[in-house]
Design a protein around this ligand. Structure first.
Ligand code: LER
Ligand code: MN
Length: 278
């Protein structure tokens, strides 16, 4: 089995976690009790994080931060890397720099570029991608100096017009100065909508794959929809994937079920593999 992690909000609530931000300490105990190795934290404003307190809590629970999720800044404040207003784009780039600084202070987790890139607009796609390339160029250079790795998450067409598939994302990053240093975060929920063959897309990524979000076809826990996770886990083993598998599901049927079934859900994904264990 790969190392496992789950999304937990640090400052503001998210629909992708069975814990509210105010329950952060309870979430850490739950992760430790359920033998998670790490935590993916949703952070909207990194400057307001008490780094010392966070590091102490993580140490007490023997947890590492696997990734810093950045999309809340757009959801809550409306900033994005592709906004039509230059000052707004600049504030999104500045925010991403602050996420990188936070990562450098809490053990160098990966930093996600998900919905902070914006939802895009079919009519302005070329312009939006130019803005995104300009922003990523600045952020990639900043992250490299601080030894922090960035990763772009292909996201399905109903949430953004920008970078829906693995192929599109890899080709786009090849056109960005410094883009070869940016990895890929692969979310099985998005991939189930956009990829012709989930396992083939994973294989093509090879070492470019830095992190995974696990959610089923309906975004419930793995095993509660129709994605074949045993095939995915088998592919990860063949790829010698050494990164984390992180749960990012909605709270269905309700958050107490998500809490009580998370560990079993992940175990079953890996137990279903055809050849041995990870
Ligand atoms: C959004 O759909 C998602 O999957 C998140 O990981 C991105 O912020
Ligand atoms: Mn995701």
């Amino acid at each position: 089995m790969n190392k496992i992690s789950a999304t937990i909000p640090l400052q503001f609530d998210t629909g992708f976690s069975p814990f509210f931000a105010a329950e952060f300490d309870e979430a850490l105990s739950w992760l430790a009790e359920n033998r998670f190795d790490g935590i993916e934290i949703c952070v909207s404003d990194p400057k307001r994080v008490n780094v010392e307190e966070l590091n102490n809590k993580l140490r007490r629970h023997h947890l590492v931060v696997t990734a810093v999720s950045t999309g809340q800044a757009r959801a809550l404040e409306g900033i994005s890397l592709t906004d039509s207003i230059r000052e707004v784009r600049e504030s999104a780039v500045q925010r991403l720099r602050e996420h990188v600084d936070l990562a450098a202070a809490i053990g160098f987790p990966l930093v996600t570029i998900g919905l902070l890139r914006g939802a895009g607009n079919p009519g302005t796609k070329d312009r939006d991608l130019t803005y995104l390339a300009e922003a990523l160029e600045v952020c990639a250079a900043y992250a490299e100096c601080r030894q922090v790795e960035l990763m772009v998450e292909p996201i399905n067409r109903y949430e953004t017009t920008l970078l829906n598939t693995v192929d599109e994302t890899v080709a786009f990053l090849a056109s960005v100065a410094g883009g070869e240093q940016i990895g890929i975060l692969f979310d099985t929920f998005h991939a189930n909508i956009e990829e012709a063959d989930i396992c083939h897309s994973l294989e093509k990524l090879g070492d470019r794959l830095l992190h995974l979000h696990f959610a089923d076809s309906n975004r419930w826990l793995p095993g509660m929809g129709h994605i074949d996770f045993s095939q995915i886990c088998d592919t990860l083993r063949k790829m010698n994937y050494g990164g984390y598998v992180s749960l990012e599901t909605i709270n269905m049927p309700d958050r107490m079920v998500v809490r009580s079934r998370s560990q079993t859900s992940l175990k079953q994904c890996f137990a279903g593999m055809k050849e041995g264990g990870l």
